[in-house]
Design a binder for this molecule. Structure first.
Ligand SMILES: [Zn+2]
Length: 139
């Protein structure tokens, strides 16, 4: 399975030819945002974005894999209680994964689609489950 990556090593623009490709060399540093965040530009699609966009669970690296596996299981229709028992993770923790996933939703979707072979329909079901509207439009 691929490691999770943050913006700066891949382009988060879904319409870009290099979308989701890691370490392709298409991203360059592009100054800082008003809040002092590193900005990047994709040389392929010319879109710019800051490091926050597309950064997944950036403070909780050790939990990333667990989190994605739980989300994949949920998308496949498993109950939280079952996942909790199977993986030895507290239900509260799984719920916190869900809450976090609903924020950088587009990157979570990309990983579930590509690495976990979860279908679009299943992902839509997951977001319904999370109870948050999808926020896939540009911010
Ligand atoms: Zn791009």
């Amino acid at each position: 399975m691929r490691e999770l990556v943050t913006v700066g090593s891949f382009c988060p623009n879904e319409t870009c030819a290099d979308y989701g490709k890691v370490e392709e060399g298409n991203l360059i540093r592009y100054g800082k945002s008003n809040e002092g965040r590193q900005r990047f530009q994709c040389k392929t699609c010319r879109q710019t974005f800051n490091e926050r966009k597309g950064t997944l669970f950036y403070n909780r690296k050790t939990e990333e894999k667990d989190s994605l596996e739980c989300l994949a299981l949920l998308a496949e229709g498993s109950r939280i209680s079952r996942i909790s028992r199977a993986k030895g993770i507290k239900e509260d923790t799984i719920l916190s994964f869900l809450r976090e996933a609903a924020d950088p939703a587009e990157q979570v979707e990309a990983i579930l689609l590509n690495d976990y072979r979860i279908s679009r329909v299943q992902i839509d079901g997951l977001w319904t489950y999370v109870g948050r509207e999808k926020r896939l439009t540009n911010r």
